[in-house]
Design a protein around this ligand. Structure first.
Ligand code: C5P
Length: 423
């Protein structure tokens, strides 16, 4: 889905650039910010200058780039970190190295960038970029959790090829994605609502693996026709993003949707229920949490044709034989390992709670999120109203909310129950 570029006319953005190979992408980000109408001031750490020149970023931003708190040509302006901190509508650090993340998390201020971050009164956004093992390291993840706790937004690093030759999570998100996130933060369209990951107190998922399924499946009748359903994937994508925000290593297995693939996680695109089954089974053992938000087809054509079926000349009914698809969640329930948390979804039209409770028991789930298509705002649209049933008999009704908020509330509830169980 292509979205128009955001309008940042008159917005004042401080961009902090640190010493990562991804610093070259900062030049593109400056250009995008300027094209969107923002005023940009760039701050670099001394190491960043090894990767990209201040002249490049200064020319693109049309402003002097600052690095040291105490400039060599002393002009009495050593308090610029304070002035800039107050000037900024948003402070974004992209790329943010493990070193700078550690400094920001602990309040070090040994450069213009870190000192300005400490003075800033505006929202702050950090876009980590580093090698896979540095990113995974408990020290880095703790520092990122600390940043979230003190109100920074963190854009999870992306999964992919890294400069070291390794493949894993650690790539800086693309400048276009960062620009979008900047626009949301500046506009306050995505303010940290109560209990959101960027708010103090939202339980983290650091060091855990989360597997989420989303969207519909498409079952081929012949090469040009499919059986499918109107699932948009919004609920599953929101859950995957919320889990990634809390520091989990997320895999999203998604059927075909019109949504942009989220960054900062492994995204596996599938078409059929059988493909989704295979992708999920391959990952089930290491997953700590599984959220099956996909609307998986229960039946698939028993004998899909390899060539296009022709229209008959008669009015006789067209008969299509269907066979059951594998029940992915049921298989997960059968093989559930101790400590693994399985969450299913049930979209019902009649006897919603009774049906859902039967599924919860039958599929050996820990939770099931039930919504009733007959409830206004629940189902295939941007909002949802769910009732959460727990295996321990818990019944919790959540209010009608945007799906991103439902995702956060659901994670909060599942994690709270788990910490009650272990304490
Ligand atoms: O279709 P049903 O209402 O039983 O779906 C309940 C849950 O089971 C959902 O979480 C859905 O993703 C999952 N499911 C599945 N495999 C199927 C059908 C449903 O994993 N073939």
């Amino acid at each position: 889905m292509s979205v128009p570029p955001p309008d940042l006319t008159g917005r004042q953005v401080v961009l902090g650039v640190t010493g990562s190979i991804a610093a070259y992408k900062a030049a593109l980000l400056v250009r995008l910010l300027k094209k969107a109408g923002a005023e940009v001031r760039v701050l670099m750490t001394p190491d960043a200058e090894r990767f990209v020149s201040p002249l490049t970023l200064g020319t693109l931003s049309e402003n002097e780039v600052l690095t040291e708190i105490f400039p060599e040509n002393e002009d009495g302006s050593w308090t610029k970190h304070v002035t800039l901190g107050q000037w900024a509508d948003l402070f974004v650090v992209a790329p943010a190295t493990a070193q700078t993340i550690a400094k920001l998390a602990h309040g070090f201020c040994d450069s213009m960038l870190t000192a300005t971050a400490l003075s800033a009164r505006c929202p702050l956004l950090v876009c980590p970029a580093m090698d896979r093992d540095m990113y995974r390291h408990a020290a880095t993840q703790d520092n990122l959790d600390r940043l979230r706790e003190i109100g920074y937004a963190v854009m999870p690093a992306e999964h992919g090829e890294l400069a070291s030759g390794l493949v894993g999570q650690g790539r800086m998100p693309e400048p276009e994605a960062i620009l979008e996130r900047i626009a949301e933060r500046v506009d306050g369209k995505n303010p940290p609502a109560a209990g959101r990951a960027s708010e103090p107190g939202a339980p983290p998922l650091t060091g855990t693996e989360v597997l989420v399924t989303a969207g519909p499946t498409r079952e081929p009748i012949d090469p040009v026709r499919v059986l499918t359903n109107p699932s948009t994937g919004t609920m599953g994508y929101a859950l995957a993003e919320a889990a990634a925000q809390r520091g989990a290593s997320v895999t999203l297995v998604t059927g075909p949707t019109a949504l942009d693939p989220p960054t900062g996680m492994e995204v596996v695109q599938v078409e059929t229920a059988a493909e989704m089954h295979e992708a999920v089974q391959a990952r089930r053992e290491t997953a700590d949490y599984v959220f099956m938000a996909a609307a998986v087809a229960d039946y698939t054509p028993a004998d899909p044709s390899s060539s296009k079926r022709k229209k008959a000349d008669t009015d006789a009914p067209f008969v299509l034989h269907l066979r059951r698809t594998p029940d992915i969640l049921e298989t997960l329930g059968t093989h559930k390992r101790p400590g693994q948390v399985l969450v299913g979804f049930a979209l019902e039209t009649d006897n919603a709670l009774d049906n859902a409770r039967r599924k919860l028991d039958h599929k050996n789930l820990d939770w099931i999120a039930v919504n009733n298509l007959r409830d206004e705002g629940a189902g295939f649209g941007p909002t949802n109203r769910i009732t959460l049933l727990g295996h321990d008999g818990t019944v919790e009704e959540l209010p009608l909310m945007p799906k991103a908020d439902v995702a956060d509330a659901l994670l909060n509830r599942v994690l709270a129950a788990q910490s009650e169980e272990t304490s």
